[in-house]
Write a protein that binds this ligand. Structure first.
Ligand code: ADP
Ligand code: MG
Length: 378
């Protein structure tokens, strides 16, 4: 399939106004596009940098109408816009990624079914919505994680359990909504592969990132990942094949577990991803520019790194507890870049910004990034 390229100064619509959207808007603006963001939060980080910010719910009919009539293409920066709203938009204006892709990625049950049906490797799991199925007993030993099928992020909507009764109790605690129960795996490490894919099926991956999570929230990303070239190539192959299987248009992130040297797909994000923030500071083309290029039907930019290695650490609201962080050392370091998203309420666990450090060696970049983050606490 092809469609005519959407060229500046066309208008791009965006559902969601978080930090991912903010960078998308900044990339689009740099390239000469206009942007309209729909997000109910008046202080949404992307809203304040967009040409226009519609401060309304995602399913507001008048706002969807505005996006459909005023935009040349509409995209999303989070996986949870109401699928019906995307369907409505898609009847009137190009939407990328497609509502079908977003629908799969926003529901863990649909996502696992899709991955399994298409032969992609995933860990042992069972769906749970009330009465436990016969397979659950084999999944929950020795430990398992119950995750709500929808709306979870940053480890939210998850409970670690052991045993079937415990899993059912956790399901009830999580609101009695449809859940997946995954065996808790002993991870060698976690990887992510982000790819851009065009309307006519060209795919461009970024180098594989290695991720450390703390309390279910991404803490540290290092690129290139400290894994064999063979494993990294396989990870890229899996991500590209998933993008093809979805007939995906835009930037797609694939989170992977490495268990006993094997790759298992954890989850998909139908958008740029926190573990791809480094592309802003050490890559010819950032994931956000690529999202603009892909959804506008342009060619993809090069994903070559501009430094041998880079590390990114997230800056969570916890750093603001007690006093405002002191950024002096970060800003004094010529290898470091500070990113703050302009959010006012610094709650624990909330992503307020991130910082990156480039170096010749991945481990040195990681050590310096962690050190600089620790140094901001006064
Ligand atoms: P979220 O949507 O919040 O990112 P994830 O399913 O990716 O949810 O879980 C967040 C993190 O929790 C993962 O990156 C990983 O560190 C840990 N985790 C999740 N599922 C498992 C599992 N089955 N076994 C071991 N660790 C897991
Ligand atoms: Mg995740």
């Amino acid at each position: 399939m092809t469609r005519p390229a959407i060229l500046p100064p066309a208008t791009l619509g965006l559902l969601g106004g978080g930090q991912l959207g903010r960078y998308f808007v900044m990339a689009a603006t740099t390239m000469g596009y206009r942007t309209i963001v729909l997000d109910p939060d008046p202080s949404a980080p992307a809203g304040v940098v967009a040409d226009e910010h519609l401060v309304h719910p995602y399913d507001d009919p008048a706002s969807l109408q505005r996006l459909a009539f005023d935009c040349d293409v509409v995209t999303t920066e989070f996986e949870n816009p109401p699928a019906a709203a995307l369907d409505r938009l898609a009847e009137l204006v190009p939407v990328a990624p497609s509502p079908a892709s977003v629908r799969i990625a926003q529901d863990r049950i649909a996502e696992k079914q899709f991955l399994d049906d298409n032969g992609f490797p995933i860990g042992p799991y069972a769906a749970l919505d009330g009465e436990p199925s016969s397979e659950l007993g084999a999944i929950v030993a020795p430990a398992a994680i119950v995750k709500t099928a929808r709306l979870g992020y940053d480890g939210k909507g998850q409970r670690t359990v052991s045993g079937v009764a415990d899993a059912v109790a956790a399901w009830a605690q999580l609101g009695g909504v449809p859940c997946v129960v995954e065996r808790r795996l002993d991870l060698d490490t976690e990887l992510s592969v982000i790819v851009g894919r065009t309307v006519d099926g060209r795919v461009e991956p970024w180098p594989v990132a290695e991720n450390r999570h703390v309390n279910g929230i991404l803490d540290l990303t290092v690129v290139p990942a400290a894994v064999s070239t063979e494993l990294a190539d396989r990870a890229v192959g899996v991500a590209m094949a998933i993008a093809d299987a979805l007939d995906y248009v835009g930037v797609l992130a694939v989170e992977l577990f490495v268990v006993d040297g094997r790759l298992l797909v954890n989850e998909l994000a139908p958008r740029p991803h926190n573990s791809g923030h480094w592309t802003l500071d050490a890559c010819v083309t950032s994931q956000f520019e690529q999202q603009v290029r892909a959804v506008c039907g342009l060619g993809l930019g090069a994903t070559t790194m501009t430094a041998p290695a880079i590390a990114m650490v997230n800056l969570l609201g916890d750093l603001w507890e007690g006093s405002v962080p002191d950024w002096t050392l970060v800003l004094d370091d010529p290898t470091a870049k500070l990113h703050l998203y302009g959010k006012s309420g610094a709650r624990p666990g909330r992503k307020m910004g991130h910082l990156t450090v480039t170096s010749d060696v991945p481990t040195a970049a990681a050590a310096r990034a962690v050190e600089l983050r620790a140094a901001v606490v006064q």
